[in-house]
Design a binder for this molecule. Structure first.
Ligand SMILES: NC(=O)c1ccc[n+]([C@@H]2O[C@H](COP(=O)([O-])OP(=O)(O)OC[C@H]3O[C@@H](n4cnc5c(N)ncnc54)[C@H](O)[C@@H]3O)[C@@H](O)[C@H]2O)c1
Length: 249
């Protein structure tokens, strides 16, 4: 699958999956990858690696909880190429481990604000550009196996990712006539910075639910490349489960 000449923007790009995606898109022929994260100093090395692959890299400070930050990010992505082909809403956080009664409103809102509303805002910002493009565009949301199955002690995370899957389906319908395809990827657990601070036994417990065990970000990128590519031109509203995402009984 080739992405030759494409202009692609990725949120949460300093993280494990975001950086793997940025490099994979550059390797697949993208002309311009715009990478955003809370701390842009974490993007400098990645930007250099992307440029080393012959792809233009634009690094941006980005906070997906701020609509104007997302608008500015998307504007920067579209500026040089005069278009935005693919928007990946990938930024995400885990909730503090706890049952529903132990997690207060602030914790629910913190997780929903990044995981769900970040994807809502990213969609809004991207369609602002894509609706005016002759070829439309592609939006890919990073959901999770946690949005397809229920996990205890992970209420805000599971609920936010289930909502992202449904957001994807609604957006796919709403923007099909604007030639914008909207899909999501539901990875199973792969080790990343998002697990920093979680005890090993908690990670082991999560991994046990996945038939293929713990993965890594590299196991996940292929689904994104497929969805971004012309090979998926008739695919919209899909939730692609990868990396053994189904829960074992
Ligand atoms: N690691 C897994 O097992 C797994 C499984 C399924 C889905 N996911 C999803 O994959 C995505 C990437 O996660 P990861 O595992 O690479 O974790 P990660 O922690 O390495 O990356 C997440 C990135 O999002 C950024 N981020 C957080 N809040 C932000 C904000 N307000 N604005 C901008 N950026 C922000 C973080 O700074 C971080 O760089 C997330 O949406 C996550 O929920 C991860």
């Amino acid at each position: 699958m080739r992405l030759d000449g494409m202009s692609i923007a990725i949120t949460g790009a300093a993280g494990s999956l975001g950086s793997a995606l940025a490099l994979a898109f550059a390797e697949a022929g993208a002309a311009r990858v715009t990478i955003g994260d809370l701390d842009p100093t974490r993007l400098v090395g990645l930007g250099q690696e992307i440029e080393g692959l012959g792809c233009r890299a634009i690094t941006c400070a980005l906070d997906v909880t701020d609509p104007s930050s997302l608008d500015a990010f998307v504007d920067q992505a579209a500026a040089g190429a005069a278009r935005l082909d693919v928007m990946v809403n990938n930024a995400g956080v885990l909730n503090a481990t706890g049952r529903i009664h132990n997690l207060d409103d602030e914790e629910w809102q913190r997780v929903l604000d990044v995981n769900l509303m970040g994807a809502v805002r990213g969609t809004r910002s991207a369609v602002r550009i894509m609706r005016g493009q002759e070829k439309g565009g592609v939006i890919i949301n990073t959901a999770s196996a946690a949005g397809q199955t229920a996990w205890a002690y992970s209420g805000p995370y599971c609920v936010s990712k289930a909502a992202v899957i449904h957001l994807t389906r609604v957006a796919a319908l709403e923007y099909a006539r604007d030639r914008i395809r909207v899909n999501c990827v539901c990875p199973g657990t792969f080790l990343s910075n998002i697990h920093a601070g979680l005890p090993q036994e908690a990670i082991d417990r999560i991994a046990e639910r996945h038939p293929l065990g713990l993965g890594n970000a590299q196991n996940v990128v292929g689904a994104f490349i497929y969805l971004a590519s012309d090979g998926a031109r008739w695919t919209t509203g899909a939730a692609i489960t990868v990396d053994g995402g189904y829960s074992l009984p």
